[in-house]
Design a binder for this molecule. Sequence first.
Ligand code: NAD
Length: 296
Amino acid sequence: MADIGFIGLGHMGAPMARNLLKAGHRLRAYDALPAAAANLAEAGAAVASGIADAARASQIVITMLPSGKESRDVYLGAQGLIAMAAKGTLLIDCSTIDVATARDIHGAAAKAGLDFLDAPVSGGVAGAAAAALTFMVGGNENSFRQGEPIFKAMGKAAIHTGGPGNGQAAKICNNLILGISMIGVCEAFVLAERLGLPAATLFDVASRASGQCWSLTSYCPVPGPVPSSPANNAYRPGFSAAMMLKDLKLAGEAAAASGASTPLGAAATSLYERFVSGGKGGVDFSGIIEWLRKVA
Ligand code: NAD
């Protein structure tokens, strides 16, 4: 069993950390909000007083932070992990952040003789609680092998997606597909309603025809066809529209920086921007169908 530092105990980090405790690992937990770490202490974690204290005597340090800005602070700050962790420590950032920041952290870690993996997740809060996350992992093969048992304690799959930053690249490319395909599926259901085609019939046809995709068959945006989808639960997340917008923006930034053409990604970003700025950031991202019905 490993000694693990865990930094960032929010909606995702707290259940992930709990699963590490359940698997028998020893944890030193830190969050900028003291109450978050105190909650985890009840589950058996030691509370760390700061970043350096979380890294102290830890073979592995995991971070689960809101965005690239916080990852930059926690890794690259004067009192950050790169400066404070002992040589040989494996550092794993599970936050979803921009590829450029992930690659900067890889560079700084390599210079300091530390191993680093960018390892964003899919599966959301429910997946984190059920230890059913999927990790997309960028970094060297040896570090990935070392991290595998830890990923296993928190998830159902860990995929080595290549070198530095490729975990983040895989995550934003996947979510670019997801954001665009969800809007496509929503548009088809709204059009079907206008044309007098029942939703159940469209589902029956499209789920067995060329319109088939995850947004339709696993996460259908209308109530009924897929009982577990948020449409059956008043569009409570699930995966919030604000999170989808964040990931689409990261994809847009990466596309601009790399010269890739993503016009449908830009359109999806603009639609989610309008949905979120109308106060719907906390609604599941499939709830955009209700907004599309109104703007139609
Ligand atoms: P959250 O805001 O609930 O948690 C982040 C935690 O980090 C908070 O407790 C905050 O206090 C802490 N924090 C912020 N700055 C800190 C610092 N400098 N030092 C120590 N602690 C600090 O966010 P979340 O929903 O848990 O998401 C975390 C990451 O996971 C994000 O990058 C998000 O995009 C990604 N993600 C979230 C979901 C989801 O459904 N929530 C799904 C997949 C991926």
